[in-house]
Design a protein around this ligand. Structure first.
Ligand SMILES: C[S@@+](CC[C@H](N)C(=O)[O-])C[C@H]1O[C@@H](n2cnc3c(N)ncnc32)[C@H](O)[C@@H]1O
Length: 244
């Protein structure tokens, strides 16, 4: 068993080397196994970014930290508009791909150990909030981000509300599955050819849960956009710390 993100790293390198039809398998403890084209992590010139992501990029300002930056499709776009972007990713291969694609500031590292200074915008996209793993992780990360987001700065993140996305009227719907959809805590495992990663947790954060945890940790939440499959883009700004 390799680390959870190794298969994605290898897949990104394969694409970078010209294998544009490369695909990864995404297994989970909630959904059917999915086949995802690696192209989804790049942005071939002919493909527009989804509207929600375009809106997120327009809302970025100043010094930007892109967390879980992958192959750098957002970092490159922001850099092209003149913003100072730092792209952080735990995968050494993803980081190498970003450097090769021209991202100027790349940090290969874990968001939990990141101490790279102060930013005006912390961005995380592609169900980006999931990177915190679970609801306990969300609380821990939002506490930590007070040291990373400078005065007047914000966090821009997308997520989706699984219970709303998979709403069912079926009284026989499986209860454990329904409860898991409501919590949005899912385990995944990636596979690229012979490389299979370990299981990791990924959070799909319900909107109300985000508001509650954010408020508890000193952030206000504004929903900037909603899109299909109950996806949403949120902006969090620091408040005076609220004691509940
Ligand atoms: C779903 S991908 C999204 C990539 C990119 N944001 C995009 O939209 O194309 C998640 C990325 O987060 C990175 N990642 C996962 N856990 C991380 C952590 N603890 N710290 C930093 N990066 C992490 C993975 O290596 C992967 O590239």
């Amino acid at each position: 068993v390799t680390s959870p993100w190794d298969p994605l790293g290898r897949a990104l390198l394969a694409y970078q080397e010209g294998q544009h039809d490369a695909e990864i398998l995404v297994e989970s403890d909630l959904f059917e196994t999915e086949v995802v084209p690696v192209a989804a992590y790049y942005r071939p010139a002919e493909v527009d970014l989804p509207e929600l992501e375009q809106h997120a990029l327009k809302a970025c300002c100043g010094r930007v930290l892109d967390v879980g930056a992958g192959a750098g499709r957002h970092a490159l776009e922001l850099q092209a508009t003149g913003l100072a972007v730092t792209a952080l990713d735990i995968s050494p291969a993803a980081s190498a791909v970003m450097r090769a694609r021209g991202v100027h500031r790349v940090v290969a590292g874990d968001l939990w150990g990141f101490e790279g200074g102060s930013f005006d915008t912390v961005l995380t996209l592609m169900n980006g909030l999931g990177v915190v793993g679970d609801l306990a992780g969300l609380q821990r990360w939002l506490e930590k981000l007070h040291d990373v987001v400078g005065p007047g700065g914000s966090i821009l993140c997308d997520s989706s509300d699984l219970a709303a996305a998979f709403e069912t009227d079926d009284p026989d719907a499986c209860q454990p599955r329904t409860a898991q959809l409501q919590r949005g805590e899912v385990r995944f495992r990636l596979r690229f050819r012979e490389c299979r990663g370990g299981w990791y947790r990924w959070l799909f954060c319900p909107e109300e849960e985000l508001r509650t945890v954010a408020l508890r940790t000193g952030w206000t939440t504004e929903i900037l956009r909603r899109s299909d499959r109950a996806a949403f883009l949120a902006r969090l700004r620091s408040t005076d710390r609220v004691i509940l």
